[in-house]
Design a protein around this ligand. Structure first.
Ligand SMILES: NC(=O)c1ccc[n+]([C@@H]2O[C@H](COP(=O)([O-])OP(=O)(O)OC[C@H]3O[C@@H](n4cnc5c(N)ncnc54)[C@H](OP(=O)(O)O)[C@@H]3O)[C@@H](O)[C@H]2O)c1
Length: 265
């Protein structure tokens, strides 16, 4: 299916690795121009080179270094994207994850830091992006969050609590800015990103598994699809939600977890 993204411009944050990278990859394979982002300049450069290898058509890949916890960096990120391409059609927000821990493991600083990274980054990105997104025929926002907004996950009090605000924002934007902008969220369960890979390698060193394959299989136990996700599967969903092919999907929060969750809604 042609997603009709050829020549569109997408800004994908926190995308030098992980789920942001996979989303950028899915978009550039559809010939959309992409701006990718991260803090580490070398990681960003390397990711941009890899993405250029898979770019379809004339799609360009532009890396912009920015820290999503810094308001000025966010302004620069959106402004430079629009200056580079003269337009913005799609915003995909991702960010690193907050530390794990039980309630009494966290102090005020942890809560405010999680809020800055996971909520205020999205607030500021959307504030900067809505006008250019609404121009030139409209655009889309996809927020990458977590399945923790549907069902609380043990030992992730910060994720369980703070991420709910992103859904409130996304739903509000989907009403305030429709039909010019559609806003949706994706809520991932475990995917095989470098964090999961590191955790499996650490478990092998502790003697819990004999091989990476065994550790990976263990992570898929209890998931109806019988494995954790491939990041590109999430990226493909982000590309679909950015595409006019999903033109009647607006204000939704879509869980991508292989059916692991038990919520009816
Ligand atoms: N992966 C999963 O299985 C999974 C499951 C559920 C929810 N999630 C959530 O989904 C989101 C994306 O997941 P992920 O696995 O891709 O996370 P990740 O691996 O932590 O994200 C890595 C990317 O984020 C960038 N990044 C981190 N902090 C940043 C900052 N302050 N400013 C700019 N870029 C920043 C990193 O680049 P630099 O380090 O160079 O800045 C890198 O490009 C996270 O919120 C995560 O908690 C992930």
């Amino acid at each position: 299916m042609d997603l009709e993204l050829d020549g569109n411009v997408a800004l994908v944050t926190a995308s030098s690795s992980g789920l942001g990278y996979a989303s950028a990859k899915a978009l550039v394979r559809e010939a959309a121009h992409i701006v990718i982002n991260g803090r580490d300049a070398d990681e960003l450069k390397s990711a941009a080179e890899d993405l250029r290898e898979v770019a379809a058509g004339n799609a360009q890949v532009v890396p912009i270094q920015a820290d999503l916890t810094q308001p000025d960096d966010i302004t620069k990120l959106v402004t430079e994207t629009v200056e580079e391409f003269g337009r913005l059609d799609h915003l995909v927000t991702s960010a690193g994850g907050p530390p794990s821990g039980a309630f009494l493991d966290t102090d005020d600083e942890d809560w405010y830091a999680a809020y800055e990274l996971l909520v205020m980054s999205v607030v500021r990105l959307c504030r900067e992006a809505v006008d250019p997104l609404a121009d030139d025929g409209g655009g889309t926002i996809v927020n990458i969050t977590s399945r923790s907004v549907k069902e609380a996950i043990d030992s992730l009090v910060l994720s369980n609590s703070v991420r709910m605000s992103v859904i409130g924002l996304e739903k509000t934007l989907s009403k305030e800015y429709a039909p010019d902008i559609r806003a949706n969220a994706v809520l991932p369960g475990p995917h095989e990103t470098s964090r999961i890979e590191d955790l499996i390698h650490q478990a092998i060193e502790r003697g819990e598994y004999n091989s990476y394959k065994e550790g990976l299989a263990a992570r898929g136990e209890g998931i109806p699809i019988e494995r954790i996700g491939d990041p590109i599967e999430l990226g493909n969903t982000v590309a679909f939600l950015s595409s006019p092919k999903s033109g009647y999907i607006n204000g939704q929060a879509i869980v991508i977890d292989g059916g692991a969750g038990s919520s009816n809604l």
